[in-house]
Design a protein around this ligand. Sequence first.
Ligand code: TXA
Ligand code: MG
Length: 339
Amino acid sequence: MTSIIQVDPLHPEPERIARAASVLRAGGLVAFPTETVYGLGANALDADAVRRIYQAKGRPGYNPLIAHVADEEGARRLASRWPPLAARLAEAFWPGPLTLVVPRRPEVPDVVTAGLDTVAVRAPSHPVARALITAAGVPVAAPSANRFTELSPTLARHVERSLGGRVDLIVDGGPTTVGIESTVVDVSGDAPLLLRPGGISAEELEPLTGPLAAMGPIAGSEARPSPGMIERHYAPRAELRLFDSDRRGAAADAARVESERGRKVGALLLAPLAAPIRHPILMPTDPAAYARALYASLHLLDEEGCDVVLVERVPGTRRWEGVADRLERGAVRVVGHGG
Ligand code: TXA
Ligand code: MG
């Protein structure tokens, strides 16, 4: 049975947070809002509890988890070494949507790190997440609160639909504000590595990190440095098809063909498109606002039963990197690119 409790997103009620914290301390699973997406949390120091996360998500064991902490001090307790760059980045961007991969201490269970010698740590800024971590008094391992390969949740309703019955408690703190997952940077080696673009753009990080090399996608299912690299992640039920802004004619043709075939067509657009689209969504043209709306829009199109979603590609600039990454991973085919 899954219970749901409502909390005030800005001033979470202490007794409600205490209840959620006691579920965590007892080894249970609690879904809670962070500023990026809802997380599916367990006590990161309790290997059995963390194993339940993988079961609930149907997530393969080679995907390491992020340990959520209240602050830099909490993160350092999990790290065997705290590189100077970690300190500078934590100082500048925590609490916030930045995850740092650092060398881990042996006390961190293997099930959290998938046996890697590093651990991912993040201090979220959401008041509910912060209150919960503090009240629990333990680091909280939490992936996004969705079944493996499904869309990430930005509302408690999304969590309930995906994981209802599989978690002990859902803390409903309203919509998340950043809307896409945290940026993951590996600072454990000689040069920092961007493992996943996200809530903080590389452009914002580079004044501190210097030029940030990005990890390319990895195929196969063996241990990998970052499962954020798994293809066809973040996918809605509908088929996503990306098109470039200079191929709007081809996209309109595709909409016509699909709707004549009786398929329900949705779209995420940057400008109106004259085409037989049942559920067109005009998206914001600012990357932060687009990110905030992205998963909620895709969830909505899934709820409407769309079979195909035509997605106008976002600009190729670095500020759009996090959004573009989610769109490319969710897409299976491209309109007007011969595929
Ligand atoms: O915004 C977020 O990061 C959300 C909220 C809940 O905090 N969490 C999230 O978790 O997106 P998840 O499990 O869906 O993604 C975790 C990412 C993976 O892509 C993985 O690449 C990276 O963190 N990661 C975790 N541990 C790692 C490690 N030791 N080395 C490299 N990458 C790691
Ligand atoms: Mg995820």
